[in-house]
Design a protein around this ligand. Structure first.
Ligand code: HEC
Ligand code: HEC
Ligand code: HEC
Ligand code: HEC
Length: 185
């Protein structure tokens, strides 16, 4: 019983730890994938921009524009999918940010699940001086994860049965499809 409580507390902590990247209450602004991509696109950096562009996450908004998506949304919410907050929640970032100052000029919700959806809104950590220090980046809003369990918990905030088309989520297989490490050495 006590163990179960601990597991629950751990789950709550990890989930709330990840959520700030997605809720509108955060004080940092979204810059958009093109801004992150200005640096994270070279072979030396690890081609993060290209890997993301070729991933399903880049199409998450476009998916909501398909007849298949509208069929699901109209049945459940009587709205088109792109007008349904319950769909946008997992398919884009930033749609619910009220303070327009927190939306950078290059940010587009059409880019779906983008860098900042997972790494946190980047207005304060995106400059080179901050980025070069992991510690400073984290102080300025970069979300990091301490182990594999936290990484997985982050994915599962979206990859879960609340998704109307949910498919079982195998972390190792799914991470392999989107991994974008900085090359060592
Ligand atoms: C001005 C260039 C620049 C921009 C713009 C930039 N970064 Fe970085 N970023 C870096 C550099 C340099 C590092 C250090 C990486 C390394 O070890 O080579 C870094 C590191 C990182 C790391 C790894 C942190 C760690 O230690 O685990 C992440 C994640 C990251 N950036 C995400 C982003 C995101 C998301 C954006 C857009 C909001 C962004 N970056 C914008 C240059 C940039
Ligand atoms: C903000 C919500 C969100 C988060 C967080 C998220 N995803 Fe996704 N993911 C999606 C959506 C939405 C799709 C479907 C995109 C589409 O097909 O249009 C998707 C699709 C994918 C796909 C392609 C599906 C397939 O079967 O090949 C992979 C792989 C994937 N995600 C891996 C991950 C991993 C690994 C993590 C955690 C590191 C993660 N995702 C975190 C929303 C999310
Ligand atoms: C809890 C997060 C979540 C919510 C809410 C959500 N989705 Fe998704 N959606 C995903 C993920 C993750 C995927 C990719 C893998 C999967 O289906 O599990 C996805 C995939 C899709 C796909 C592609 C399915 C396929 O087989 O390629 C469609 C279409 C879709 N979603 C429509 C919608 C619509 C319409 C809504 C709103 C009624 C919605 N989603 C709400 C997370 C979500
Ligand atoms: C679906 C969520 C997701 C998306 C989208 C995403 N990342 Fe990541 N990223 C992660 C996770 C999880 C890690 C692994 C962190 C770890 O190992 O601790 C990571 C790691 C990184 C690293 C550090 C790699 C290393 O070897 O230290 C950089 C840099 C990075 N991401 C940049 C980006 C950029 C730039 C984009 C957009 C072009 C992006 N990420 C999109 C989840 C994501």
């Amino acid at each position: 019983m006590i163990r179960r409580v601990y597991v629950l507390i751990f789950a709550i902590i990890t989930i709330t730890y990840f959520i700030p990247s997605q809720v509108s209450a955060q004080p940092y602004g979204y810059e958009g994938v093109q801004v992150c991509g200005t640096c994270h696109k070279t072979e030396k950096q690890g081609l993060q921009l290209k890997i993301w562009q070729e991933s399903a996450h880049a199409n998450a908004y476009k998916t909501l524009q398909t007849p298949e998506a509208d069929k699901i949304a109209l049945e459940k919410y009587k709205k088109k999918a792109v007008d349904t907050p319950e769909c946008l929640d997992c398919h884009v970032s930033g749609y619910d940010v009220k303070d327009k100052k927190l939306i950078g000029a290059k940010f587009k919700i059409e880019e779906g699940v983008q860098c900042e959806t997972c790494h946190g809104a980047g207005s304060a950590y995106k400059n080179l001086k901050v980025m070069k220090s992991r510690e400073e980046s984290v102080k300025n809003g970069l979300v990091v994860w301490k182990d594999k369990a936290e990484l997985k918990a982050g994915c599962v905030t979206c990859h879960n049965p609340k998704s109307p088309t949910y498919k079982e989520f195998n972390f190792d297989k799914m991470w392999a499809k989107i991994a974008h490490p900085v090359p060592k050495g």
